[in-house]
Design a protein around this ligand. Structure first.
Ligand SMILES: *Cc1c(COP(=O)(O)O)cnc(C)c1O
Length: 472
């Protein structure tokens, strides 16, 4: 069967790609202009003539791989995107192959069951009651959730839950003018984007006071609330980071949560990157108080070794999610005899991939313990990197890391650091990102790759120093 042959071609080229990335025998990043890539890959000819099968498939992939950014390369330190667990990647393949848009149960009962399982697994890690298998049997309050196509989508879903909870008839009447959202300025733009999409206007975001690296100062919350109330505004939600994107610091969730609970404010936690620390007995204290939230997002495609995209929106009281989208399409939403549940009323997406598969495959390959080991090892290597770099006379770090994100710099100015980064990218030796912390530009490393060790960090520092000698 030619499909079997195609699979063999794939196996061969993928294995080679994986090995050479792992061994660092290819540039970690290699960027050419779009037009050059179109030509190199012969895209127009393929589109016209077809035939991407068998040996041709292998030839095409061999041309394609040099144009990838190699996440399996131990010098990949730029972004928070997972280095996928290989079984997780197979889960993504199986999902694409079987194509089970499981938001209605009848279109993928297995995929829906796996998503249901994953949501419950996450709810229990937070300390919230899982969804009962049969809603008619158990009417106690419990959590709810869904997997979404990414954290931005999950954030929007969570804030829509908050809005439907606070504003009755919002779907009919539209958005009232008196809503504000309290957020630290260090929030990911997914928050402001959701607020923009929801029609609140960015002016409705009120900055919560933070320390110099952007961690929320809970003592300052009462003043802000008084001020907002004196303007006649209602608080739609207060958001906090666990952890923040730029420096990877955790906000004090317990104190913020107590404040929100006392004042009847919807508490949203952005755990896209950092919620994975819940798996670790050693680091879960950073998330103490996470269960005081009303909504949480948690990206599987960051610290959970899941290929993109897959995130979870998790709601303490499932009713807030079940009633969040008060809009129905009657060809999809009708009484029917079925042994499972439809996720469709809980998500923005109508057709939705079987996202549970890739996250479950990654989890099931490693096991909870294996995933915990991965997360702990990345937090620890980042601390090692900090201890090494911060002692060097010509380098300093923005803050002692609380996760696997480290911001560091030399005494040179902003431009120097940006040009250095471009240089490293151009030569394909190291792939870093940058972040502005306390109005200063830092190089930023996010240690996602399980193979990155202190040796790679030392090589990086050596490379930067050599650059400094060569270019001043
Ligand atoms: C990545 C990230 C997001 C956005 O999630 P996507 O999956 O990229 O849409 C939101 N918040 C934080 C803290 C993040 O790190």
């Amino acid at each position: 069967m030619s499909f079997t042959y195609d699979l063999q071609q794939l196996t061969g080229t993928l294995t080679k790609y994986y090995q050479e990335s792992l061994n660092g025998n290819a540039p970690v990043i290699n960027q050419h202009p779009i037009g050059a890539i179109h030509d190199d890959l012969n895209l127009a000819r393929w589109a016209e003539e077809g035939g991407l099968k068998g040996k041709q498939l292998a030839t095409f992939l061999a041309a394609y791989f040099p144009h990838t950014t190699r996440l399996y390369h131990p010098h990949y330190m730029a972004h928070q995107v997972a280095v996928p667990d290989l079984t997780g990647a197979l889960g993504a393949f199986v999902d694409g192959f079987t194509n089970q848009p499981m938001s209605i149960y009848e279109m993928g009962p297995g995929a829906a069951a796996i998503e249901f399982f994953m949501v419950n697994w996450l709810l229990e890690k937070i300390g919230w009651a899982p969804m009962p298998l049969s809603p008619n049997v158990d009417t106690r309050s419990h959590g709810g959730g869904a997997l979404t196509h990414g954290g931005s989508m999950a954030t929007l879903t969570a804030l829509i839950c908050a809005r439907s909870h606070l504003v009755e008839n919002v779907w009919d009447q539209g958005v009232p003018k008196d809503l504000v959202v309290l957020s630290p300025e260090t929030s990911h733009y997914a928050i402001s984007r959701a607020i923009g999409i929801m029609g609140l206007g960015l002016k409705s975001i009120r900055s919560v006071a933070t320390d110099s690296v952007g961690v929320v100062l809970p003592d300052k919350l009462p003043i802000l609330l008084r001020q907002v109330k004196s303007e006649g505004k209602r608080v739609l939600a207060l958001t906090a980071n666990a952890c923040s994107t730029s420096v990877g610091c955790y906000d004090p969730l317990q104190e913020i949560g107590s404040f929100c609970n006392e004042n009847n404010i919807w508490f949203h936690i952005d755990g896209a990157h950092g919620a994975g620390a819940l798996l670790s007995a050693k680091y879960k204290h950073r998330l103490e108080g996470i269960d005081t939230a009303d909504s949480i997002i948690w990206d599987m495609h960051k610290m959970m070794r899941t290929p993109g995209v897959c995130a979870a929106v998790l709601i303490k009281n499932h009713r807030h999610l079940d009633t969040a989208f008060a809009q129905e399409g009657d060809y999809l939403f009708h009484e029917k005899a079925q042994p499972g549940v439809d996720f469709i009323s809980r998500t923005l997406e109508c057709t939705k991939a079987g996202l549970g598969l890739k996250s479950f495959f990654a989890l099931a390959a490693k096991g909870t313990e294996g995933l915990k080991d991965y997360i702990e090892s990345r937090y620890e290597i980042t601390l090692d990197a900090y201890n090494y770099i911060n002692k060097l006379p010509d380098f300093h770090c923005a803050v002692k890391p609380q996760s696997n994100i480290l911001c560091f710099r030399t005494d040179q100015d902003e431009k120097w650091h940006l040009v250095l980064r471009d240089h490293l990218i151009k030569e394909g030796s190291f792939y870093l990102s940058t972040a502005v912390v306390n109005r200063q530009r830092y190089l930023r490393m996010v240690l996602m790759n399980p193979l990155t060790s202190l040796d790679e960090i030392k090589l990086l520092i050596k490379r930067i120093r050599r650059y400094s000698v060569d270019y001043g």
